[in-house]
Design a protein around this ligand. Structure first.
Ligand code: 5GP
Length: 187
């Protein structure tokens, strides 16, 4: 029986999920993150094996064929997947966070009904749009695509275990840490 809990966290692009996850790690050093594989190229400052395993489509396909993924999905013309081997190792040491979108979250739920699913939402669609625009590096076309995707993702929140509003980063991080602590206290 694994020592840790499997925690899935989703949230639309622009919601500030990365900042909340970073804050959670600062508050609780014992949290571990699952490192996904992806076929997209690394962004500046992203490190292979830390942020993602950056792999070719061929390599990703071989990993699918070898059943190396707990789940995988293609969005934005990119494949993303959760390698199952490292996940089991990490779960043996403690709680593990999976940062994945709703299709992946639904697939995790099917395979691991014990997982806790948490969705981070912006206070409103208007605020999400404001945050997306304030980045200043996203084209109008991309903003509209992300808002469209965010509307769809928001409809998926009904089957998540918890929905947390990211109005203020510290409060949001602490709320998620409390959910995890309560889950651990259940047994
Ligand atoms: P980004 O390319 O901006 O790092 O991530 C884009 C989206 O892919 C995010 O919503 C993120 O949660 C999702 N994602 C990252 N890793 C995985 C994964 O292993 N599986 C799935 N299904 N989605 C992932």
């Amino acid at each position: 029986m694994a020592k840790g809990k499997l925690i899935v966290i989703s949230g639309a692009s622009g919601v500030g999920k990365g900042t909340v996850l970073k804050r959670m790690m600062e508050l609780r050093e014992d949290l571990t993150f699952s490192v996904s594989a992806t076929t997209r190229p690394p962004r500046p400052n992203e490190v292979d094996g830390v942020h993602y395993y950056f792999v070719t489509r061929d390599k990703f396909q071989r990993m699918i064929d070898n059943e190396e993924f707990l789940e995988y999905d293609e969005h934005n013309a990119t494949l993303y997947g959760t390698p199952v081997g490292q996940l089991e190792e990490k779960l043996n040491c403690g709680n593990v966070i999976l940062d994945i979108e709703p299709v992946g979250a639904a697939n995790v739920r099917k395979k691991r009904p014990d997982a806790t699913l948490i969705f981070i939402m912006a206070p409103s669609m208007e605020e999400l749009e404001r945050r997306l625009r304030s980045r200043g590096d996203t084209s109008e076309n991309q903003i509209q695509m992300r808002l469209e995707r965010a509307r769809w993702e928001t409809e998926q929140t009904v089957w998540y275990d918890h929905v947390v509003i990211n109005d203020q980063v510290d409060a949001c991080a602490e709320e998620i840490l409390n959910i995890i602590a309560n889950k651990c206290a259940e047994e």
